[in-house]
Design a binder for this molecule. Structure first.
Ligand code: C2E
Ligand code: CA
Ligand code: CA
Length: 736
């Protein structure tokens, strides 16, 4: 209060000078009650400080008028209220100020303050600094408090904002990197002793940079805010969300270790964040990839867990974006694999390891080939065939796709000059290639230098070109059309085509993505309706439709019935090498007959993986030949009776209880007690794993799961004789 009085003194100075030095001095004696009260009144009125008093039971018996007014209370409203009611502790858990047990202080009749309290008046967010001294009567009995107060709402708000700045991301209000790391650290430490689990989700937005670059930074900021809102809606109070910077987000979920639930949640995040955003009347579409790691399974310390989630995220991105992925110890392998591809890709063109193969697209009525889709093949000198699904994304990431694309254009144009004039070639154009400045020039150059008829060349473009600079996209379409080439919209239905773009874009053809064709003959499928709708739409716009990926006769019948004008798929032919194409054409064979299975069968993955099988305290080595959600085919044990209960050790602590349902010699079919779940990519995994806490309880140090986690538990196997005879199927197959 010293400051207050200093101020008060200063304001009195002019009056003394007006009166002059010779005016008689009349000091306020401490006994002069009325003048002292007047002094305090003026202090109250100036709003520089207020006073309050309570009785022994904690009821307010006095509050400065100005203070009541500020709270929007009539003085009568305030008087009589409990002070612990009126003055409430700063309850913001994120506040740096430690929680003061206000009630405790009052109850103990201690000296108060100065402390910051939230005042429960009629207005919200009023903050006071209060101080008070306990009063006693002559007998030393507590009679209540005399206190002072002043409004500090403005400075409190500022300080809170500053505090938030250091903990919270100022753009989205989510926890920032620093705070998230701290929280993860303290949570993991606390949970370790309680043997609890924590799941960590790492998110990275797909194509955010494109939105930022084309719509501008303010739009990018707005997008991030909306992403944060959606995340908050999904996660609610189940966990803590943070933005680590840029377009990276993190979610920490205590007590989540069921990978089935986590997979569902991750999928929901992917789906919700992929819905279009509206920003200042503009439409933006992004996606997200999610990596999931769970403590203590995938990491004990924060650093290890974050690394695991990062690696899972990286893997999800490589798998084609818009996916989630669980961490598993063999992901490290995948990373190395990708690095090797990246390295070797640079040499692939020089070493002539790339080749274009061609898959026919036939007329649905005549089965006559009208177009051949050029598909890139890479025959690596050491590792054999590498799928374009594996190397095209890498080539896009490192930018080498431009060179590869230019090479492909020339190569295909060259080939087509030797084909009948009734057959066109379709060339895939990556969105990265499409976005390069010289793309039209590259096409023009290939057409000119080979002398191919431009009408025989078709460019397959995916919907992702609609996400970038639309004006440029449409300008390029025009320029390409004026070169005389045809345009096809590839993978229709998987991306984000707005129908209005489609109406204005000069496509000659829409290719209906395989995912709508796959299983379209099943009774409960709504794919036929989707195909019919696309066919109708294309017809109205004067475009052809190609049903991609027709594999069996059922699907053929369905897509034909829905009116697709053209067909492509292994039912007619796989992609074939250029010399075979030429030979066919020279023989005049332009028709492709459908040959293949009658109906669609649920995919069973063919595998060859050594796993463990546990039965009666024994662990056998078997080979996994076949794996689906519901069961597996194993080889390696002789004559295991039907009905036998076994446990398959699928590695990394994944144990699946199963019952033998079929048995023939060294081969058994088993059914899982609990279905496997998707790992987000192409793989399957168990919902639960052996917990590192269990392994710790068995006398081992606490560590994240390695690939042979179960072995750590299995020290106590008996040495009694095994029930089944084992054969090394791996060696047998390799020798064959
Ligand atoms: P896409 O453009 O959708 O090509 C069709 C893919 O489906 C090809 O895979 C083809 O072999 C496969 N396919 C055809 N019929 C069937 C069927 O009946 N069943 C199934 N399951 N698959 C079928 P491929 O050759 O592995 O190529 C994968 C992707 O790689 C292509 O998908 C395309 O996006 C990309 N790609 C391939 N070659 C090139 C290229 O030269 N340049 C660019 N930029 N991308 C390419
Ligand atoms: Ca294609
Ligand atoms: Ca396609």
């Amino acid at each position: 209060m010293a400051g207050l009085f200093a101020k008060l003194k200063r304001t009195e100075e002019p009056s003394t000078s007006v009166l002059g030095a010779d005016a008689p001095l009349v000091p306020i004696e401490s006994t002069d009650l009325s003048r002292r009260v007047a002094l305090l009144d003026s202090l109250e009125e100036a709003g520089l400080g207020w006073f309050w008093a309570s009785d022994a039971t904690g009821r307010l018996i006095y509050l400065s008028n100005a203070a009541s007014e500020e709270l929007g209370l009539d003085n009568g409203d305030a008087v009589g209220r409990q002070i612990t009611d009126l003055f409430q502790p700063d309850d913001d858990p994120t506040s740096e100020q430690s929680q003061r047990p206000l009630k405790f202080l009052f109850a103990a009749h201690s000296s108060i303050g100065p402390i910051t309290v939230k005042v429960a008046g009629k207005k919200s967010d009023v903050w006071w600094e209060v101080a008070a001294k306990p009063q006693t009567n002559t007998d030393g009995e507590f009679t209540g408090y005399h206190g002072s107060a002043k409004d500090i709402s403005a400075s409190h708000e500022r300080r809170r904002d500053a505090e938030k700045l250091s903990k919270y991301d100022s753009l989205t209000g989510l926890a920032n990197r620093h705070f998230m790391a701290k929280q993860l650290d303290t949570t993991l430490t606390a949970f370790r002793s309680a043997k609890r689990s924590v799941a960590l989700l790492m998110l990275d937005l797909d194509r955010f940079k494109q939105v930022n670059d084309t719509l501008g930074h303010p739009a990018g900021d707005e997008l991030l805010k909306q992403v944060a809102d959606r995340l908050q809606r999904i996660i609610g109070d189940k966990g803590e969300i943070g933005r680590l910077g840029g377009d990276e987000f993190q979610v920490m979920l205590p007590d989540m270790d069921d990978r089935g639930d986590l997979g569902d949640l991750a999928l929901r995040i992917v789906q919700m964040l992929s819905q279009p955003y509206s920003i200042d009347g503009m439409r933006a579409v992004i996606g997200t990839s999610v990596g999931v790691a769970i403590a203590p399974y995938d990491g004990i310390e924060a650093e290890e867990l974050v690394k695991a989630a990062d690696l899972a995220l990286y893997s999800a991105k490589c798998e084609g974006r818009g996916q989630y992925r669980f961490y598993s110890s063999d992901l490290k392998e995948g990373v190395n694999e990708r690095a090797r591809i990246e390295e070797d890709l640079r040499d692939a063109i020089l070493k002539s390891e790339l080749q274009m193969h061609y898959q026919p697209i036939v007329n649905a009525k005549t089965h006559r080939v009208e177009c051949m889709e050029a598909l890139m093949r890479w025959e690596h000198s050491e590792r054999g065939m590498i799928s374009p699904a594996d190397f095209i994304p890498v080539a896009e990431d490192v930018g080498i796709i431009r060179e590869m694309g230019a090479w492909a254009l020339n190569e295909v144009c060259q080939q087509v000059t030797r084909w009948p004039s009734s057959v066109r070639a379709a060339i895939n154009v990556s969105a990265v290639q499409f976005s390069s400045d010289d793309f039209v020039k590259v096409v023009e150059q290939a057409l000119k230098s080979t002398g191919v008829n431009p009408a025989q060349i078709e460019l397959e473009i995916t919907e992702s070109v609609f996400i970038g600079d639309l004006e440029r996209t449409f300008r390029l379409f025009k320029q390409l059309k004026s070169l005389g080439v045809k345009l096809a919209l590839d993978d229709f239905g998987t991306g984000y085509s707005s129908l209005s773009y489609l109406r204005d874009a000069p496509f000659d053809k829409i290719k209906i993505d395989q995912s709508f064709v796959r299983g379209c003959s099943a009774d409960d499928s709504n794919n036929p309706a989707i195909i019919a709708a696309v066919v109708g739409l294309a017809g109205a716009l004067g475009m052809e439709t190609v049903a991609e990926g027709v594999e069996n006769k059922d699907e053929l019948e369905t897509v034909k019935k829905q009116g697709a004008s053209h067909l492509q798929g292994i039912l007619f032919s796989r992609a074939i090498p250029p010399q075979d194409v030429l030979a066919r054409f020279e023989r005049g064979e332009l028709e492709f007959e459908p040959t293949g299975p009658d109906r669609y069968r649920h995919e069973r993955r063919t595998e060859f993986r050594r796993i463990g099988l546990i039965h009666d305290d024994h662990r056998y080595k078997v080979v996994l030949r076949n794996l689906s959600k519901t069961g597996a085919k194993i080889e390696g044990l002789l004559d295991v009776p039907v009905g036998t209960e076994v446990v398959l050790d699928l590695g990394s602590g994944q144990l699946a209880v199963a019952t033998v349902r079929r048995s023939e010699g060294f081969s058994q079919g088993v059914e899982f007690e609990m279905h496997l779940i998707s790992d987000g990519a192409k793989g399957l995994c168990t919902r639960h794993r052996v917990s590192p806490y269990q392994i710790e309880a068995a006398g081992r140090p606490l560590a994240s799961l390695g690939s042979d986690a179960y072995a750590a538990l299995a020290g106590n196997f008996k040495s009694t004789s095994k029930a089944f005879m084992e054969a090394d199927i791996g060696a047998m197959t390799a020798a064959r």
